[in-house]
Design a protein around this ligand. Structure first.
Ligand code: GLU
Length: 279
C-alpha cells in the first residue's frame, strides 16, 4: 500500500510552530516511505476561513521547503459531495432533526480545540423522525441505532503515534458516554461537522495514514465509526506530540508571535524552524 498522508489546516489564521511541526513531520514521513504528501484546506467554517490565510499558509509551507504531489483540495469546492453521505446515513435511519441551541451545534462545525470533543447531547430531540424536520434544524446521529448496526463487531483502527500506539476498537460505552448523538449537519449555514468532512476527504483522497496532532485524538473514534457506517475504508492514524509554549499550553492560532511568517520576516531559515520544533 502506498503511504499517503496530508496536512489539513483550517485557514482561519496564520501557521504557527505547531502547524509547521505537523506539516513537516507528515511530509518527511511520506518522503521516507516513498509515498505522497497532500495539502487540504478545511474551510467548511465559511465565516472564519479566509482566502488571505489560505494564501499565507501555502506560502509558508513552500518556504519551509514542502512540496505536495497533487493540487490543493478545498472543502468549500465540494460541499455538495458531503450531502451524499448524509443521505446514506438518513437511509440507514441513523439521523434525526434537532432544533436545540446553536452553541453546541457550532462547536461541532468549527475547527476543534484541545480536549474539545463536542458535548454529549442530552437527547432532547431524539424522539423526532426525519419527517418532522424543520428548516434550520440540525441533523444528529442516533448513536444507539448506529451501534446496533454493528452488533458486537464494532470497528477499530490502527494508531502509530507515540502516545496511543496500537489497535483501538471502539467500545459501546465510549460511543454513548463520550461521543453521543453528535451533530453532523446544520442546514442554515450549509455547515457540515468538521470531523465528518475531514474523514470523508481522507477517504476521497486515499489517505493511508492520517498524521495530525494529539489534540485531535479524541475525534478519531467518531470519525472511524462514521466511515464504518458508510462502508468506507478506515485509514491508520498517527497522532503526534504538540508544540507547546513555555507555560506548557498548546499553541493556538491566536499565538501570532509564533507565526511562521514572523519568523520568516525576522530572518530565520527553514532549517532553524525545523530545529526549533525538534526535527
Ligand atoms: N483542520 C483541522 C485543524 O486545522 C485538522 C484536521 C485533521 O488534521 O484531521 O485543526
Amino acid at each position: 500500500m502506498t503511504f499517503r498522508t496530508r496536512f489539513a489546516p483550517s485557514p482561519t489564521g496564520p501557521l504557527h510552530l505547531g502547524h509547521a511541526y505537523s506539516a513537516i513531520l507528515a511530509h518527511d514521513m511520506a518522503r521516507e516511505a516513498g509515498g505522497d504528501f497532500l495539502v487540504r484546506m478545511e474551510n467548511t467554517d465559511l465565516q472564519r476561513s479566509k482566502p488571505q490565510w489560505e494564501a499565507l499558509i501555502l506560502e509558508d509551507l513552500a518556504w519551509l521547503g514542502l512540496t505536495w504531489t497533487e493540487p490543493v483540495l478545498r472543502q468549500s469546492d465540494k460541499l455538495d459531495s458531503y450531502e451524499a453521505s448524509l443521505t446514506r446515513l438518513q437511509d440507514l435511519d441513523l439521523l434525526y432533526p434537532c432544533g436545540c441551541s446553536r452553541k453546541d451545534i457550532r462547536a461541532a462545525a468549527a475547527a476543534p480545540q484541545e480536549g474539545a470533543v463536542p458535548d454529549v447531547y442530552p437527547g432532547t430531540c431524539k424522539h423526532r423522525d426525519m419527517a418532522s424536520r424543520q428548516p434550520g434544524d440540525a441533523l444528529r446521529l442516533h448513536m444507539d441505532r448506529a451501534l446496533a448496526i454493528f452488533g458486537d463487531d464494532l470497528p477499530g483502527y490502527s494508531e502509530t503515534g507515540p502516545k496511543h500506539a496500537g489497535y483501538h476498537r471502539i467500545a459501546p460505552e465510549q460511543a454513548l458516554s463520550t461521543i453521543g448523538d453528535v451533530v453532523l449537519y446544520r442546514k442554515n449555514d450549509g455547515i457540515i461537522a468538521y470531523f465528518l468532512a475531514s474523514a470523508l476527504d481522507d477517504v476521497a483522497q486515499d489517505i493511508s495514514h492520517v498524521v495530525r496532532g494529539e489534540d485531535l485524538f479524541d475525534f478519531t473514534a467518531i470519525q472511524v465509526l462514521l466511515l464504518a457506517l458508510l462502508g468506507l475504508p478506515v485509514p491508520a492514524y498517527h497522532h503526534h506530540r504538540l508544540i507547546r509554549d513555555k507555560n506548557g499550553k498548546r499553541l493556538a492560532k491566536r499565538d501570532d508571535a509564533r507565526a511562521i511568517s514572523l519568523f520568516r520576516a525576522g530572518g530565520k531559515t527553514p532549517g532553524e524552524i525545523r530545529s526549533m520544533v525538534g526535527l
